[in-house]
Design a protein around this ligand. Structure first.
Ligand SMILES: [Zn+2]
Length: 559
């Protein structure tokens, strides 16, 4: 496959000679030479998916000083003299992806990345290597396992971890962050025995004999709190690398959720480094109390084009990986279990009102239909009592489809959504295990909220991080197994692309500077290996990122 060719102005004549009508182009160039405006970059001969209001397709984009100067047909290039000229060779160029809900973290030395692990045996191999490096009694942590992709076809339990490193306390958080499996030594150090009652809002899983199996749902902090703090140095080094890695996925902006003021200092340092190649970040602070937020001395929107403050994050309920999403009807085959709220209802209602009255935008985690309905009712009441124009409060996840009345209320009060259609793909096993019938088919609904007039953005929540999984699932409604869930909730590729670009920009009040290739906007753009608009839907996940530009600077290239 041919890759886009980058050349300097000196090779312009050569390119012109290679094209179909070289003489005409050259003559035109000479004629206009005098009047040409010097610019930094021109990308031409592409299929440029601008994602403007009319979803215009263009040929050429002109960039200067980090921003888009002009977009149009091939002839616009004649007005400019570019320091760098890129022949896209017909490739698709689109705005960089904006992942409006994700979690990027720095990781300490004790940490094992489990997102790619496909068996418990592999997990054990990684534990042995880590235990060797760290020595006995040192905590080992990890994130990202999922029983859905493990060859053994089951969750890991404490005995699996003990077998690999009996002398190290271990805690491995499941993908999604709503449960963890910990080793026997970790349980022992935390003082948890088979007789320990479940913590409020969480579950200590036990086998049929009442023996704890090491899995803790929603309240894994009862063990995790024992893990020693990481040093600032080990975290910042790894965070910078993890942020940079997003560029290869075509992600040029993120909303990084559940951050603390301490995290913000780290981001400030990383973004202050000269020459750093990074996506743009909006930090979503976890709400603690009014005093803690007041101490920040910052408001939504403060910052600059690269690092800014976003909304406040709060949790209404759990998720289906725990599972602890708060539902109206009981889970499938689990007695009368309906999950639960992350805090007592009165507390949640008071919190939403408190943050609203403090003037902050909110991004609220709500997964179960009961949680969604409660949050929508509460937001609607708060907005009626104390109206605020352009609040842009949004629900994050919106995994279960609520009643039509709830969706009508969301449209009426402009309550937005950022949703993860990739969950339909990666969490298929969790949904099938816990839900059934209509509510299973309508997991992660997109068509129905859009048809109700609700504004929907799309994001990944790092399950997994790559945007093409979300677009694939939004369009096909397919799970990992290939099973289709509620085909009537499918949206078009164009709608999914808007969700992952301009709509995600809007969620952060950034629609004037990001999310489309239009004059005046930041030149954040990606070149794809295949045309997302015409490729067979089944091939969407095979699309690769060939180039990523942030502010007109080439920050990633696959060759
Ligand atoms: Zn999340």
């Amino acid at each position: 496959m041919r890759k886009p060719i980058i050349s300097t102005v000196f090779t312009l004549a050569v390119l012109a000679l290679m094209s179909c009508q070289p003489e005409q182009q050259q003559a035109q160039s000479e004629e206009t030479q005098e009047a040409r405006t010097a610019v930094d970059l021109i990308l031409s001969n592409g299929k440029i998916v601008t994602v403007d209001e009319a979803f215009t397709i263009a040929d050429t984009v002109v960039v200067n000083d980090g921003r888009i100067l002009e977009v149009g047909d091939a002839s616009i290039a004649d007005k400019y003299q570019a320091a760098t000229l890129v022949d896209l060779q017909g490739k698709t160029l689109m705005p960089g992806f904006i992942d409006s809900h994700t979690h990027i973290r720095g990781r300490p030395q004790r940490y094992i990345e489990l997102g790619e692990v496909t068996s418990i045996a592999e997990m054990q191999r990684l534990i042995r290597i880590k235990a060797d490096v760290l020595g006995p009694r040192e905590w080992i942590t990890g994130y990202g396992w999922s029983e859905d992709v493990l060859a053994e076809g089951r969750k890991p339990v404490r005995q699996d971890l003990d077998a690999a490193a009996p002398n190290n306390p271990i805690t491995f958080t499941r993908a999604g962050g709503h449960s963890a499996v910990v080793s026997s030594l970790a349980l022992e150090l935390a003082g948890i025995t088979d007789a320990t009652p479940d913590p409020e809002g969480g579950v200590i899983e036990r086998d049929e004999n009442g023996v704890a199996n090491g899995v803790i749902r929603e309240r894994q902090g009862i063990v995790g709190r024992l893990v020693p703090d990481s040093t600032y140095e080990e975290l910042i080094g790894s965070l910078a690398l993890n942020l940079n890695a997003l560029l290869a996925k075509g992600i040029t902006s993120i909303t990084d959720a559940s951050k603390s003021p301490r995290d913000f200092l780290m981001y400030e340092e990383i973004y202050g480094r000269p020459g750093a190649k990074l996506p743009r970040s909006t930090l979503q602070f976890q709400w603690r109390n009014p005093e803690a937020i007041e101490e920040l001395k910052t408001r939504v929107g403060d910052g600059n084009d690269f690092l800014k403050i976003g909304p406040i994050k709060i949790f209404a309920d759990g998720g289906f990986t725990g599972p602890a999403a708060f539902t109206n009807e009981p889970y499938l085959n689990q007695g009368d279990y309906r999950g639960y709220l992350n805090m007592p209802e009165e507390e949640l209602v008071a919190l939403i009102n408190e943050i609203h009255d403090a003037g902050w935008q909110m991004g609220i985690h709500a997964i179960g239909d009961a949680a969604i309905e409660l949050v929508v009712d509460t937001l609607a009441d708060a907005l009626t009592r104390n109206p605020r124009q352009d609040h842009r409060n949004y629900l994050n996840h919106f995994t279960m489809r609520p009643t039509d009345a709830t969706m009508e209320k969301m449209a009426l009060h402009n309550i937005l959504i950022t949703q993860q259609p990739n969950f339909t793909y990666t969490l298929e096993g969790r949904y099938v295990e816990n839900l059934d019938g209509w509510r299973l088919e309508h997991n992660n609904p997109l068509r129905s909220p859009m048809d109700h007039g609700i504004f929907v953005a799309i994001s990944s929540d790092i399950l997994p991080i790559g945007p093409f999984v979300g677009i694939y699932a939004a369009v096909t409604r397919k799970g990992m197994s290939g099973r289709v869930f509620g085909a009537d909730e499918a949206i078009s590729v164009e709608e999914a692309v808007r969700g992952y670009t301009i709509n995600s920009a809007y969620i952060n009040f950034d629609e004037d500077i990001k999310g489309s290739i239009e004059p005046g906007k930041l030149a954040d753009m990606i070149v794809l290996s295949a045309d997302i608009l015409s490729v067979d839907a089944e091939r969407i996940m095979d699309i690769e990122i060939e180039q990523t530009y942030v502010g007109g600077e080439l920050v990633f290239s696959s060759n």
